[in-house]
Design a binder for this molecule. Structure first.
Ligand SMILES: [Zn+2]
Length: 76
């Protein structure tokens, strides 16, 4: 197993990985294999990216809501 650089984010990624773990970029198709593992990896990569995005958005909303509740509690 060797590490290679992701063409999208320059992060280190295994040459056996289907998609970049950092940015979800779909890497080149596996040599000599059928197409489905690459498709599966692309779907998984997209799913991980979407999950990360949702976590960031939800985290931001929770932080603002928590801050608002704390300010309201202090002022009351
Ligand atoms: Zn990447």
């Amino acid at each position: 197993m060797a590490l290679t650089a992701c063409p999208e984010c320059e992060g280190k990624v295994s040459d056996k990985a289907f998609a970049c773990p950092s940015c979800g970029y779909r890497l080149a198709q596996q040599k000599g294999g059928s197409a489905w593992p690459g498709v599966l990896g692309g779907v998984a990569g997209t799913y991980i990216s979407a999950q990360t995005l949702v976590a960031i958005i939800v985290g931001s909303i929770m932080f603002v809501a928590f801050a608002a509740i704390m300010i309201a509690a202090i002022l009351s």
